[in-house]
Design a protein around this ligand. Structure first.
Ligand SMILES: [Zn+2]
Length: 236
């Protein structure tokens, strides 16, 4: 058995996870989320043919590796906008185009994807702003609650407890991603985790609307519930 043959035998033992890891490594190296077969052949450890043999299809391999599918045609604007909101929140300020490409900011899509769809990064941001502004309250139920003498009926909700991502983005951006109690922000301190919090707790009748939502860092939000009585804490 030649050494060469031995190597080929070993290569048949490559696991899918090894390949996925190598795809992610190459993607990080090339600073892209959607690597092509040609790029992988040039920079990868295994070669595109091996990837296809182990994982079936190129796009399937990218998906299994948590990468963006190359030339994916069906990415919705909604997905693209939600991704902007996530990156914006993660870094605590409006992202520059060059920042929207890496896993480090949790971005699923590359700058090129935005440029292709909207013409430029600035145009993508403008479209995002309109999208978030227009529809953040769209999930509100249209049923007006009737005034009632009974507390139980007053406690009926017009809005769901969960803050949808558009409303969350709107509130965070309005507050410049700064905790309204202590002033902390991911822009100053990357470890800061921001919450969008009901000012009047949802369980106490507070609605999930912009006016009743505030931006708090995790520390302040937990501190806030610590100040309440134990049985109130359960309600927030
Ligand atoms: Zn805070």
């Amino acid at each position: 058995m030649t050494a060469n043959f031995q190597v080929r035998l070993n290569r048949r033992d490559i696991t899918s996870e090894e390949i996925a890891e190598d795809l992610r490594r190459v993607a990080a190296k090339l600073e892209t989320q959607a690597i092509t077969k040609i790029q992988y052949d040039e920079h990868g450890n295994f070669g595109a043919t091996t990837v296809l043999r182990k994982l079936g299809s190129w796009n399937g391999a990218l998906l299994k590796s948590g990468l963006e599918v190359a030339n994916r045609q069906d990415i919705s604007n909604d997905e693209l906008f939600e991704n902007i909101a996530n990156v914006w929140t993660k870094i605590g300020r409006q992202p520059f185009g060059r920042e929207v490409k890496g896993k480090s900011v949790g971005s699923l899509f590359s700058l090129a994807t935005y440029e292709k769809r909207f013409g430029s990064w600035n145009k993508a941001l403008l479209a995002f702003a309109r999208y978030v502004e227009l529809d953040s309250g769209a999930e509100e139920s249209q049923q007006p609650s009737e005034p009632s003498r009974h507390l139980k009926v007053n406690m009926r909700r017009r809005t769901p407890r969960d803050v949808n991502w558009r409303l969350r983005a709107k509130v965070l951006i309005k507050h410049s991603c700064i905790c309204q109690m202590c002033g902390d922000s991911p822009a100053k301190n990357p470890n800061t985790i921001l919450h969008v919090d009901h000012i009047l707790a949802w369980a106490n009748g507070g609605e999930t609307v912009e006016e009743n939502l505030q931006t708090l860092c995790e520390k302040c939000n937990i501190g806030k519930s610590d100040q309440l009585l134990p049985d109130q804490r359960l309600l927030t």
